[in-house]
Ligand binder design. Structure first.
Ligand code: ADP
Length: 214
């Protein structure tokens, strides 16, 4: 499958993407994960992205398109991909359209995960992430077995810098201003699947139905 996952921070894009990869071997491509890895490794890309990210601002489109232009050429994308957190602005969506045409790749659809704002806020403030493997936990609904230690890899489970209260409300504002307009963009393209997304299992079931997978 080749899908874009749209939705506010905390809408469940990452969780849904991980569940979908298990179905047919499509890869999850998260620009957020790619950027966080670059920050951790201290690469030039990481140094450039770090300030924007910790403030809850978007990284410039040119940097993101550079990353994605290379990523979509990698071999593992041939079995399908789930774009998680990209595109995030209209210029990124336009550039992606051009890139996909050039690469002769057709998307199945664009999934819009619709989640009420109060649910989003609660999820984000209680979310914790493994520094090493990116596994996602929740202090209320899904804590790691040992506090602060990842069940999967033994890495450190932490609250992301940009998940402090202040950065979260900034990220939600940025989302409403810059990313929410993508819903209209993809609606016009006739590609939008709007899904009410309070349960990830239901979201995955709806996507499978639309793709015609039993
Ligand atoms: P979220 O949980 O908000 O979906 P991500 O992990 O996708 O967070 O992204 C974290 C941060 O990385 C964003 O706040 C932004 O600074 C940067 N980022 C990720 N993807 C993009 C993108 N497509 N365009 C611009 N900035 C991005």
């Amino acid at each position: 499958m080749r899908l874009i996952l749209l939705g506010a921070p905390g809408a469940g894009k990452g969780t849904v993407a991980k569940m979908l990869t298990a179905i047919d071997g499509s890869v999850q491509i998260s620009t957020g994960d790619i950027l966080r890895a670059a920050v951790k490794e201290g690469t030039d890309l990481g140094k450039e992205a770090q300030g924007y990210m910790s403030r809850g601002d978007l990284v410039p489109d040119s940097l993101i398109m550079g990353i994605m232009g290379e990523r979509l050429l990698e071999d593992d994308c041939k079995s399908g991909f789930l774009l998680d957190g990209f595109p995030r602005t209209i210029p990124q969506a336009e550039a992606l359209k051009e890139l996909l045409t050039k690469l002769n790749i057709e998307l199945d659809g664009v999934v819009n995960l619709n989640v009420p704002r109060d649910v989003i806020l609660d999820r984000l403030t209680t979310r914790r992430t493994c520094e090493d493997c990116g596994a996602i936990y929740n202090v209320k609904s899904n804590p790691p077995k040992v506090e602060g230690v990842c069940d999967k890899c033994g890495g450190k489970v932490v609250q992301r810098d940009d998940e402090a209260e202040e950065a979260i409300s900034k990220r939600l504002d940025v989302f409403n201003e810059q990313t929410a307009p993508l819903v209209g963009f993809y609606e016009k393209e006739g590609m939008l699947w709007d899904i009410n997304a309070t349960s990830s299992d239901e979201v995955v079931a709806t996507i499978k139905e639309k793709l015609g997978i039993a």
